[in-house]
Design a protein around this ligand. Structure first.
Ligand code: ADP
Length: 295
């Protein structure tokens, strides 16, 4: 029912006392490897809630690729659309200092080889989906091909992360475009004044059918041509906000496919995002439907 088109990365995390300067070597903690990437995260988040979910992505023919396939299967995602080969699996090299600040180097690897023809070859997956959800950790021309390949009646949800200006053709397909403040600013061309309602109005003027602005602990704003609706967040003790946006987007896309209105889907997604920040990590932090219920 839900097809996620996007990235799959191995996140390689080492804790350090301080970052090395150029030419310097420092010792760090034992390496921890997490399955990640926004596409893989969204697919796992949706499947854990109970959504029938498939992932269209590309990984390398290597150990990281097998880790990603295994984590998708374990969450219940249909991995038939996960293509293997062409380049090493995408990797994020992450160092974390004692204050918790991250320094990250991303090697897109196989994600950069997820091509428009891979989308065309996956027409069966597209035909079977009510909602298609994408992000921007794969080539923009691949996202353009997704938009061109959408079956009539299939809804398109985009979280433009990492953000860059979008062609009108992609913007026009978004229902909704889901952005945080930083993403909103880049998509709007750098200028963004006033309240989230003003940002949403500026984004709607670019052509998406609807816009959702996520506001962290402040919740979210849903905007269509007809109405703007504030979505309250759930009060929780935030431990780690990694993956909150991915959990939010996945939950919203799933509920839309199940027939919920956009404000109802966003209210459910806010509960899922809140649950995800109460636990460390990304995929490890995503809740089941029962856990969302008992929040
Ligand atoms: P991103 O990670 O993309 O910047 P946000 O931080 O806005 O996204 O988080 C997405 C959603 O998760 C928010 O709209 C909110 O509903 C929920 N959320 C995030 N942080 C918190 C928090 N500290 N408390 C409660 N809900 C949160």
């Amino acid at each position: 029912d839900l097809l996620v088109v996007g990235s799959a990365n191995a996140d390689l995390v080492i804790r350090v006392e301080r970052r090395p300067a150029a030419g310097e070597t420092v010792l760090g903690s034992d390496l921890v490897v997490h399955p990640g990437g926004k596409g893989a995260n969204q697919a796992v988040a949706a499947a854990r809630l109970g959504a029938r979910t498939a992932l269209l992505a590309r990984v390398g023919d290597d150990g990281h690729g097998r880790l990603l396939l295994q984590s998708q299967r374990a969450a219940g995602v249909d991995p038939a659309g996960v293509l293997v080969g062409g380049a090493p699996t995408g990797v994020a090299l992450i160092t974390v200092d004692p204050s918790g600040d991250n320094s990250i180097v991303v090697s897109p690897g196989a994600n950069a080889r997820l091509a428009p023809e891979d989308v065309r070859a996956a027409s069966g997956l597209l035909q079977a989906s009510r909602v298609v959800s994408a992000q921007l950790e794969i080539p923009l021309e691949t996202v353009v091909e997704v938009v061109r390949s959408l079956p009539s009646g299939t809804r398109f949800v985009l979280n433009p992360s990492p953000p860059r200006p979008l062609p009108a053709e992609v913007l026009a397909a978004c229902d909704p475009l889901i952005v945080n403040e930083h993403e909103a600013r880049v998509i709007a061309g750098g200028e963004l004044d006033g309240s989230p309602e003003d940002w949403a109005a500026a984004l709607l003027a670019l052509g998406p059918r609807s816009v959702v602005v996520t506001l962290g602990a402040e919740g979210a704003l849903v905007a269509t041509g007809e109405a703007m609706t504030r979505i309250k967040s759930v009060k929780v003790d935030a431990v780690d906000t990694t993956g909150a946006g991915d959990a939010f987007t996945a939950a919203l896309a799933w509920r839309l496919g199940a027939g919920s209105s956009l404000p109802d889907a966003a209210a459910y997604a806010a509960r899922v995002g809140a649950a995800a920040v109460t636990r460390p990590g990304a995929q490890e932090s995503f809740p089941t439907a029962e856990e969302v219920e008992s929040l």
